[in-house]
Write a protein that binds this ligand. Structure first.
Ligand code: AHR
Length: 352
């Protein structure tokens, strides 16, 4: 089985070369091809990766992590497809991977629903599918080999617990918290988990959730949404952005409205909370309290996915679900630990 797979692998790559030579394809494809001698000796493992898009700094870091994990030097041929945030593009990419007889398919799904048919096609072709980052909601869990990613609801619970503790320390009444949620791509696991965590905290604490609006994880949408929210909700004092890029947009809109972002709610500042903590810009915003708290979302899945593939190559069955460990960041020095469901988590204080 193992050697047959390797034989198929070489045949698939040589088949691709033959198709490209026959079809006289463009320069970029030809540049991507290893030379035949190299393929024969290295027996590259082909990995088709369908990425969501390039909507955020997190996503770019995630793409880089995958690309540097799956290099020819390490024995892989990575076929990368950017879906530009469209599930239909991802389905097309998976079908193309199947036609090209890749050894593994890695899918970072844009939303949870709608994968049963195409993943069944991959299974019929005997191609293992590894899901990364967000999850898929499929009836038959055997349609994918395993999943690696974040516990988005836990990220939200940590951020909301931080807000709850911050308010207690600053003696701000729960009744004085007017919060709006700028959501991520609707139907994505990151949005579902982060929105759910906030809603539960709102119910538990008695905060006012004044609005939930889509932000699609982009700076432009974060800016537009915040401008509208500031117009229509005069009491608004906390903006919960479901990623840092939305937060960057929110900060622009807050400034444009002549308001100040920060944790001094009594002085009329607007607190911004967000997720990711990937870019230097976000960390700088934390340092100067423009963003008050960030729930970390770790994008560095490349080596984790590679480890899974290496294990599968050695007939080691990976864990079905692998949640990555994540921190919570803030510059507020008095709050150094939070407790969520009985478990303590340190708050990483970002120094001035
Ligand atoms: O699914 C992870 C989320 O997607 C990140 O928080 C966000 O920045 C990205 O676009």
């Amino acid at each position: 089985m193992h050697s047959l797979k390797k034989l198929n692998r070489i045949t698939a790559v040589f088949g691709l070369i033959a198709v490209l030579l026959a079809g006289g394809c463009g320069v970029s494809y030809e540049e991507d091809l290893p030379d035949p001698g190299q393929v024969g000796s290295e027996e590259l493992i082909t990995v088709g990766f369908s990425q969501v898009g390039a909507e955020s700094d997190w996503r770019k870091a995630n793409t880089e992590s995958m690309q540097s994990a799956f290099t020819r030097e390490r024995g892989y041929e990575l076929i990368f497809e950017d879906a530009q945030q469209k599930q239909s593009n991802q389905i097309t990419a998976i079908r193309t991977f199947i036609q090209r007889e890749v050894d593994y398919i890695v899918l970072a799904p844009v939303t949870e629903d709608g994968w049963d048919t195409v993943l069944a096609e991959a299974r019929d072709a005997n191609i293992p599918v590894i899901i990364v980052d967000r999850q898929v909601a499929v009836k038959d869990k055997d349609l994918f080999t395993c999943w690696i990613g974040s516990d988005f609801e836990l990220e939200a619970k940590k951020a909301c617990t931080w807000l709850e503790d911050y308010c207690r320390m600053k003696r701000i009444s729960a009744n004085d918290i007017y919060i709006a949620d700028i959501q991520g791509t609707i139907g994505s696991s990151a949005q579902i988990g982060r929105s759910k965590g906030l809603k539960e905290a709102v119910r538990k604490n008695g905060w006012h959730l004044v609005d939930e609006v889509p932000g699609e994880y982009t700076q432009a949408k974060g800016r537009e949404a915040t401008a509208r929210l500031l117009q229509s909700h005069k009491d608004l004092n906390v903006i919960y952005c479901e990623n840092d890029n939305e937060a960057f947009g929110a900060l622009e809109a807050i400034e444009a409205a002549g308001r100040k972002a920060g944790g001094n709610l009594r002085a009329g500042e607007i607190m911004v909370i967000s997720f990711d903590g990937v870019s230097e810009l976000a960390i700088d915003d934390l340092r100067n309290d423009s963003i008050s708290c960030i729930g970390e979302c770790n994008p560095l899945h490349g080596p984790r996915v590679r480890k899974v593939i290496d294990d599968l190559e050695n007939n080691i069955v990976p864990e079905k679900y692998e949640y990555v460990d994540e921190d919570i960041f803030s510059a507020f020095e008095d709050l150094t630990e939070i407790t969520v469901e009985g478990k303590n988590y340190p708050v990483k204080i970002i120094g001035k």
